[in-house]
Write a protein that binds this ligand. Structure first.
Ligand code: SAM
Length: 383
């Protein structure tokens, strides 16, 4: 996700705010994950339940910058297919496929440039929001019509050989919030005061919250805040269980535990996005702003192991894209018949994706594998 710097935004009494305040008045304070789930996924008022009102309204993601992102991901998927011994069917399962832009870039490129891989490719565009699934008719309608792609709400039951991958899916999963105190770990609940949201701390509502941090070796300083991404743990275990042979590739912002829970992140990593502004005003406009938290790659690794996934490696998006693109001097950034000005514009977009001060070092690519021994992948190679 990319957006500008933080400015305070006005509090907005949205219909969802009223629904949540009513609920808190009758049930008492709720875990932050319940609040975040409603803000993002409430069937009527959730941020992701609606179709995108305007493209890039609040932020943009790597596939929005330029198709070269998807083209290089396609090259990585094709290499994974080779590492698996070129099976007759390779399932590319994209979690959180949204409106299908990344899927479109991958499929169009594979069809044109990687025909052998394309003949084995079966694509599942997995998107929980029905409104966003409906938008996929525009981006991948041709491939849906040809039976190459299946658009679905959850992961396929069985993935005999393939790759489950995502771009900015896991950061959008609801998290619980905690704070370190002299008495031990406390959870931050969402309560109500003077007809608006107010945070309340109490003992955690589930033992899994303390386990989440203990398993990652995290020790809290007094006042240190952090997020427990229990749904991410469930998701990686489920992906690992359903995958028989292949890879899980997660592209997202985040860190390994020692960095994510260090002194630089004393306030945690949760932020709100609205109109290209980042803020910590989580209660400003429930349902109208995005909420996201950094991913712990240590948690993905540990919980993935429970389902037979092994760590292949972690690379910044800079290293991943450079490693995949340099083989043909980034020829994939160009389209046929472009003018020199258009080619220059395309190169600038590539820089946004790759440069450390752009999206390159913010985003990481974490790859896990199952059913094959220590595979070497170009996207993880040293530069
Ligand atoms: C931040 S958006 C990213 C969209 C797209 N991957 C991109 O890079 O532009 C996250 C998407 O994941 C979807 N989502 C969230 N949880 C999901 C789940 N458990 N299964 C499938 N999709 C999910 C949301 O509805 C939303 O469309």
């Amino acid at each position: 996700m990319a957006a500008g710097f933080s400015l305070p935004s006005a509090l907005e009494r949205t219909p969802l705010a009223e629904i949540l305040l009513d609920r808190i008045r009758s049930e008492g304070p709720i875990p932050f994950s319940e609040y975040m789930r409603a803000c993002l996924y409430h069937p009527e008022h959730g941020y992701y339940a609606r179709a995108e009102a305007r493209r890039f309204a609040d932020y943009y993601t790597s596939p929005d910058v330029h198709p070269v992102f998807g083209r290089l991901v396609a090259r990585q998927l094709a290499e994974m297919w080779e590492r698996l011994g070129q099976p007759g069917e390779f399932m590319a399962v994209e979690g959180g496929a949204g409106a299908g832009r990344l899927a479109g870039h991958i499929l169009d490129f594979a069809e044109r440039e990687l025909p052998e891989f394309f003949s084995a490719l079966r694509y599942a565009a997995v998107e929980s929001s029905a409104a966003r699934r409906a938008m996929q008719a525009e981006t991948i309608g041709r491939h849906l019509g040809a039976g190459r792609v299946e658009s679905r709400a959850d992961l396929p039951e069985r993935i005999p050989a393939g790759c489950v991958f995502s771009n900015e899916l896991l950061d959008a999963m609801p998290v619980d919030r905690v704070v370190g105190s002299a008495e031990g770990l406390r959870e931050v609940f969402v309560g109500e005061r003077e007809r608006w949201f107010a945070e309340v701390t109490a003992l955690p509502h589930s033992p899994h919250i303390a386990d989440y941090f203990a398993r990652q070796g995290v020790r809290f300083a007094e006042g240190q805040q952090a997020e427990a991404a229990l749904e991410v743990c469930d998701w990686i275990q489920e992906a690992g269980r359903r995958l028989e042979r292949g890879f899980v590739m997660t592209i997202d912002y985040g860190h390994e535990a020692p960095e994510l829970y260090n002194a630089r992140h004393m306030r945690g990593s949760l932020v709100a996005y609205r109109d290209h502004r980042v803020s910590e005003q989580f209660y400003a406009a429930p349902g109208l702003q995005d909420l996201t938290a950094h991913v712990s790659f240590t948690a993905l690794d540990l919980w993935g192991r429970d389902a037979g996934l092994e760590r292949t490696g972690l690379a910044s998006q800079t290293r991943f894209l450079l490693a995949l693109g340099r083989a043909n001097e980034f020829a994939d950034v160009y389209d046929e018949g472009q003018t020199e000005t258009e080619r220059m514009r395309a190169r600038l977009k590539l820089k946004t994706l790759i440069y450390p001060e752009g999206m390159g070092e913010t985003f990481q690519v974490f790859i896990q594998h199952k059913g094959l021994a220590a595979p070497v992948l170009r996207g993880l190679s040293e530069l």
